[in-house]
Structures are given as C-alpha cells and as structure tokens.
Design a protein around this ligand. Structure first.
Ligand SMILES: [Fe+2]
Length: 308
C-alpha cells in the first residue's frame, strides 16, 4: 500500500481512537488492586531489592570495576568518571554511558534470577498468567553529570510503543532519600492526554521539545514514589510518569530496575491499516509480542513456572 499522507492521517486517527477507548476503560490492574498504583512492601516479604543489589555488587567486583565492599549509593565517587560519561548526544534518551552497558551485561547474566523474581511475582502478587519483557532495564542515575538526557520527559510507556494494558514494575537497588520518580494519577493522566486528543505523536513532539510549561504542568499534581529500596512500585501503564535528574537535595547514585508484564488475557497484537501499533520508537524497533527479539519472552510465566 502506498503510504500517502492522507492514509497516515487516517491511521493516526484510528490509533488515537484506540487510546481514547482504552483510557476510559477499567484495566485489569484496577480490577486486581482497586487502584492504579501500589507500593508493594518487599522488605517484609522477599527483599528482591537487596537480592539484586547484592548480585550487582558481586558482579562489579568480579569484573574488576569496583571494590568488594563498594557502597552503591556512592558509586559515582567510587569508580572512575569514565563509566558515567556520554560519548554521543542521543535523541529520545537513546544515548548511554559505559555503566549502562555494564548494567545490561549484568542483567543478561542474571536471567535465571530474573525468572525467579517473575515466578514470585506470579505467585504472590499478580496470581494470573502473564507475558513479560524478555530483558528488564537497569538504570544508573548519578549526581553532577552533564544533562545529556531529555529529562524530565512525562510519558506513559504506551506513547513509545508499549501496550497501554501493560503493568509496570519499578524498584530501587539503592537506598535513596529521594527517588526523583514522579507519577500522575490515572485521572490526571487521562485528562492531560485528552488535551492532545490522545495523539501519541503530538504528545512526543511536545515532550521532547523541552517546553517548560509542559514540564511544570506534570509536577502540579504528581507524587514522588518513595522508599524505593523497601518496595516494588507497580502501576497501571496508562499513568503518566517521569524520572528527573539527581539533584542537590539527594546527591547519591540511584540504581533501579524496571520491567513490564501483560496478562495473557489482555495481550493482543493490534494492527491498524495493516501496521502493528505496539512497536518501540527506539533504534531497535522492539515489537512487544512474545518471542520477538526485544519484546516479550516467548513463553508466558506459567510456561516457565516449573521449568528449572
Ligand atoms: Fe516509563
């Protein structure tokens, strides 16, 4: 099909219509938790934050990056600055420092730990079958770096190609006073997205234009996620959120892991005008479907539940 500008516009309208409907529905997350956000206390149950932290410390030591008893909250002072410098200026947060590549290697090496974590999530929290992101993301935020990322960038992950039916998980491996992770309620998120006619392209244009009114608006009613080392923040993917730079109010290194799951019952591979809509914006063009290279693992959690 010739992709004319008129066809492109019709396609965008259909996608916006889809988002409008989805934003008005009660999600599986809301049905499960009677809320759009929960801060699940992991310290009182199984302290995954500590387990991942401990494994990360061992990994950094065995790769001769840090000392054995490194203090991760002070990582920016304990290892060389070259780990945190950016070589390229990226578009839409694509550029990353060396420490992020090290983190990525760590995550790949700890796949079985990640699967154990997911089995536990299935049993203790979600209690339903789900697909999950094949590779979670580990992020390092250090104070005093050049501001090379486009932050804060208010968004729902679904504006960047994820399904709005996903459930987000986000937690800290470091014990920081401030998370710099800000969330809007679902009601405020819907109202705000409506101002852009549920058009994810229009949203991204303003989001990456560094518009100070847009940035300020997000903070008016947002709340900051707290106690990130004691909890797993779990939320309805439609909630608009952002991370901000580390600042003087808490000049520590923050390390977090985030990942997304989707209930098997909610999963769909939606095509609009023969084009898939759950495709990531990044260079990898991740397709959010089971078995794709950068999307969900090919097996659902129930299929790996007893695979050991
Ligand atoms: Fe996000």
């Amino acid at each position: 099909m010739l992709w004319t500008s008129r066809a492109k516009e019709a396609n965008m309208n259909k996608i916006s219509q889809y988002y409008k409907e989805i934003y008005s529905e009660t999600s599986s997350f809301q049905n499960l938790f009677d809320s759009e956000f929960i801060n699940y206390n992991s310290r009182e149950d199984k302290h995954w934050n500590f387990i991942f932290k401990d494994e990360l410390k061992k990994f950094l030591f065995s790769n001769e990056i840090s000392s054995k008893d490194v203090n991760l909250e002070n990582l920016h002072n304990e290892i060389g600055q070259e780990y945190f410098s950016f070589n390229t200026i990226g578009q839409q947060n694509n550029s990353r420092p060396k420490i992020s590549d090290i983190g990525f290697d760590f995550i790949l090496q700890k796949e079985s730990l990640y699967h154990d974590f997911l089995r536990w999530v299935r049993k203790k929290i979600i209690k339903k079958n789900f697909y999950f992101q094949k590779t979670p993301t580990i992020r390092f935020h250090v104070p005093g770096i050049e501001k090379r990322l486009s932050l804060p960038a208010w968004h729902s992950d679904s504006f960047f190609g994820h399904s709005p039916k996903e459930i987000n998980f986000w937690f800290g491996l470091t014990d920081n006073k401030h998370s710099d992770f800000w969330m809007n309620s679902l009601q405020d998120s819907e109202k705000w997205f409506q101002e852009y006619s549920y058009d994810r392209e229009a949203w991204k244009n303003i989001c990456f234009s560094n518009d100070s009114d847009f940035i300020k608006k997000g903070f008016i009613n947002a709340f900051e996620v707290c106690d990130i080392y004691d909890n797993l923040a779990i939320f309805d993917s439609r909630c608009i959120h952002t991370v901000d730079y580390r600042s003087e109010r808490d000049p520590t290194t923050k390390i977090t892991i985030d990942m997304r799951i989707i209930l098997v019952d909610d999963y769909e591979w939606l095509l609009v005008e023969e084009r898939p809509i759950f495709v990531g914006d990044g260079i990898k063009k991740a397709e959010f479907r089971p078995g794709s290279k950068y999307g969900y693992h090919k097996k659902s959690i129930d299929e790996i539940m007893f695979d050991k």
